[in-house]
Design a protein around this ligand. Sequence first.
Ligand SMILES: Nc1ncnc2c1ncn2[C@@H]1O[C@H](COP(=O)(O)OP(=O)(O)O)[C@@H](O)[C@H]1O
Ligand SMILES: CC(C)(COP(=O)(O)O)[C@@H](O)C(=O)NCCC(=O)O
Ligand SMILES: [K+]
Length: 243
Amino acid sequence: MNLIIDIGNTIAKVALFDGATMVNVIYDSNQSLDCLIDICDEYPIDYGIVATVIDLNECVSERLSKLPIPVLYLGKDTLLPVANLYETPETLGYDRMAAVVAANEQYPGRDILVIDAGTCITYEFIDSKGQYHGGNISPGLQMRFKALHQFTGRLPLVTPKGRKLSLGKDTDTAIRAGVWKGIEYEIAGYITAMKHKYPELLVFLTGGDDFSFDTNVKSVIFADRFLVLKGLNRILNYNNGRI
Ligand SMILES: Nc1ncnc2c1ncn2[C@@H]1O[C@H](COP(=O)(O)OP(=O)(O)O)[C@@H](O)[C@H]1O
Ligand SMILES: CC(C)(COP(=O)(O)O)[C@@H](O)C(=O)NCCC(=O)O
Ligand SMILES: [K+]
């Protein structure tokens, strides 16, 4: 079995794969990764892979180093099943690469836009030849609410859940609508612009924040919460024997 560890800015995701099948997923603190303590006693794990977008603290580093299996740390020197055209592979967040690797596995030979809505929202493009071109980084859902509160004198910290209007009628609904509509129009805008250039474009939506919009582009979107974990599993299998 493969142990897959995706350490994000908000939360760590730990998954177990038997071949291509995900048999379990655990959401854990990115500051402690407590679930690693017993995981190798619970599952017959052969190999592991770690992708992180944060610097690991001592506790997490020690837990990872104690794993009794070979562990691949995903980075610029890792062999990938797709071509990486990012100009600074040493600064790339490899959760971004993992997401396109999974989308490309499901639809090889297609042009694909992957939207990953986590701490940040990232927009990634992989073409029909399996070349990752890079993509864009924008603020995530929670970050937008926090920013409006933190960088103003009078705006409260509003939560995503609550009364949703298309035009705000008070401060709370104005902020909530502003954030939700901003993301909705942003996503719709990317899809429209990219479909212009790549008419056969497929769109994947992943990440912790599920968006269910009533947009006319909804029908072309594949929602897959575990795209990054699946991509990491593919990368680990691709590197088997090289760890
Ligand atoms: N169990 C959960 N724990 C934390 N965040 C969650 C959970 N379920 C959904 N979320 C939402 O998912 C977001 C984190 O998404 P994720 O893609 O895991 O982020 P990252 O990879 O940046 O850590 C949070 O901002 C939150 O809104
Ligand atoms: C863009 C990100 C912050 C997204 O992180 P996430 O929202 O998944 O926690 C992360 O992939 C990152 O730190 N990237 C480094 C910069 C780059 O990819 O070029
Ligand atoms: K993200």
